[in-house]
Design a binder for this molecule. Sequence first.
Ligand code: FAD
Ligand code: THG
Length: 809
Amino acid sequence: MNRSRVVVIGAGIVGCSLADELTARGWTDVTVLEQGPLSAPGGSTSHAPGLVFQTNPSRTMTEFAAYTVRKLSSLEDGGRPCYQPVGGLEVATTEARWADLHRKAGLATSWGVRGALLTPRQCAQLWPMLDETLLHGGFHTPDDGLARALPACRAQTARAVSRGARFLDRHTVTGIARADGRVTGVVTDRGTFPADHVVSAAGFRGPEIGAMAGVDVPLLPLAHQYARTAPLPGLARGNGPGEEATRPILRFQDRDLYFREHHDRLGIGSYAHRPMPVDPPPAVGRPDPHAMPSTLPFTEDDFAPSWQESVTLLPALGASRVAEGFNGILSFTPDGLPLLGESRELRGFWLAEAIWVTHSAGAARAVAEWMTDGRPALDLHECDLHRFEDAQRSPAYVAERGTRNFLEVYDVIHPLQPMDQPRPLRTSPFYPRQQQLGGYFLEGGGWERPHWYEANAPLAEGLRLPERDAWSARYWSPAVAAEARATRETVALYDMTPLRRLEVTGPGALGFLDRMTTNNVRKKPGAVTYTLLLDETGGIRSDLTVARLGPDRFQVGANSPADLDWLLRHAQSDVRIRDITSGTCGIGVWGPRARDLVQPLTRDDFSHQGFGYFRAKETYLGHVPVTALRLSYVGELGWELYTTADLGLRLWDTLWEAGRRHGVIAAGRSAFHSLRLEKGYRAWGVDMTDEHHPHEAGLGFAVRGDKDFVGRAALDRAAPATRRLTALLLDDPAAQVLGKEPVRLDGAPAGYVTSAGYGYTLGRCIAYAWLPAALTAGTGVHIEYFGEQLPATVADEPLFDPDMTRIRC
Ligand code: FAD
Ligand code: THG
């Protein structure tokens, strides 16, 4: 029995689920505070129609949904289950959607959701009202269905209460008490509740609670229209007395619509209307505390086009009408994903925000595990409340991105597709030069990142490149192949500015990095080490390069904002950690002529003897002071050269000028991605996460046997791995996959692709995949791409330059 006092704010589906999950884990001192009456608390949950479509591009989100389905199926309220597996049906009325449903079917297989593509006739058999002549086909998922949100709240509340939790309604939270960077309690209009942990599960009111705690909650409340028709005799015939629904929940994404039955009426939800951001009325002093505070009056004009589209899809609706409707409020974040985790600024203050009913139980379980075990079982990096850059947390950014997410919620989204606003936000000092070279920019972490340069397109003429399908040809150019080739054959400049750089200094810096990471960082100044950050269970939090620049001074090359967060949480006062990414910039100079380019610019010795592989030097290149690291994510001779932002243009111009006679080009991220795949270098967050141990991810070489570090004990205890991050080569030189596709072994799903891309040097598409550990090189598998089974073969690693002759020279 744990004595931690937990206060949960909000008794919507998330708060109720969390109380259940916490008490199930022995944390029974749980108080749930709710401003509304418990019978109808009045948040979004009170009117959610409860459609659960499990398949999501994010594996974690799909797992959240799958757990919600399992859990709600096992819960009863008044003798009825809280989940109705009526199935889900998404229909396609355009070629693009039909293709995308094939892709979605692949995603479903990757994440373990049952589903099948149907002909128009089969769709109409499931949904007789459909005009099948409009359809290309549909995707049917028999385990999707309807969550009964309020009954699920009651059932979970009852269970939590039976284990000792208390639910106090008509308590409005007005403040968060804190001392010394920790929460100490929750202030309400009816007194203060002491607490060791406080969880904000206040739904779209999260930002208000956050403001009380001094914690950013980057979500935008938006209204979304939901309407019901008048009774339709046709529906009543399908649904027996008292039966809410029997037909699958239905999505018509080409027109931003979804449908469900309410016994003899049809419910219609629309995302087709103009975005309606909402400034919620203040919780305190609301004129009528019993009015439903999460719905706004129905704006009929906004719904009119959606009604027309509904009649088009389901012509029988023409005999009916909209009988009632409302504009309900829900939360959108800048990337559409939830906000989970504990604030670093205010310890003990947790967020469980921006969560759909669909993901409620899964997300609540993850937060409960995180609170009680110190970490969740699933990889949550996409949902971490600390995932955003500073520039992604302004109210303006949150509003603009939240609105875009609303507009694009049902769009066919390419994995590389950037949002179009606000751009450009962050640019490296090289931006003007990149624009002059015809840089094609995509966005990441707010940065404008060139994926290739049109200036290099002429170099691609004469290259024999396989034809690409329309999907993989998006956000791609033949210039990519030319850039990859130039890097292998001559020399290229890569903008490394967006790579996260942390400066770790102080008398405790060495001991700290030694304890936090797996490899030997106790080397003399001038050494660079590739090393891993693990959590206590041995899961990979990140992979880093650590450059020792002085006895107490390190430059760390890192991945996500979560790395900074993780290190800050573990650091003592004798260590200082600063994110220097924004004030600095960097260029990777890579290729066989890299030394010829750089050496004349410096008096320092850049020969292999004078500047060895994985070494660092602080020097000058022409007028520019640089920190030079001899390493290469693309697997070629060369250096990363970092300087302050003010000198960035000068650095670029210096290298460009010196490179002319060597035929230097600028190269973008697409070539970078291709080259790193050939070299077998992993990308954290895509290939491996904290769900994976180093050995199964092929990173055992970075773990020292002779030192202690966070995660060591867990690694020692770990059972032999049953899965392995496996390199695959597609058999057909013209075949392409992009990532997240299912992999079949002897016809049965056996794993999924993490990252993939064409290897221009190898002349094959490379795909990394999590597959059973026992597969040996030469084993044949199939990767499903838009419904096609592409043969691929397990390959030995690394695929390119196994002897390191190109890089250690
Ligand atoms: P809420 O249900 O909003 O609960 C938060 C609670 O916190 C409220 O009860 C509120 O009263 C309380 N609270 C807030 N501030 C305070 C305070 N200061 N003091 C005390 N208590 C406070 N999701 C799906 O998965 N499928 C769907 O089909 C679906 N359809 C939707 C349709 C509409 C029209 C809308 C609006 C939403 C829909 N959603 C759907 C989204 C879903 O309803 C929400 O994401 C979900 O209900 C959020 O649950 P929650 O517990 O986080 O928030
Ligand atoms: N540059 C710098 N820091 C980084 C990256 C980078 N940090 C984050 C991320 N990228 C880390 N990823 C890698 C992956 C592989 C290598 C470097 C960074 C690499 N690996 C050698 C190998 O596997 O052969 C390591 C050899 C060794 O340990 O000696 O070079 O791009 N600054």
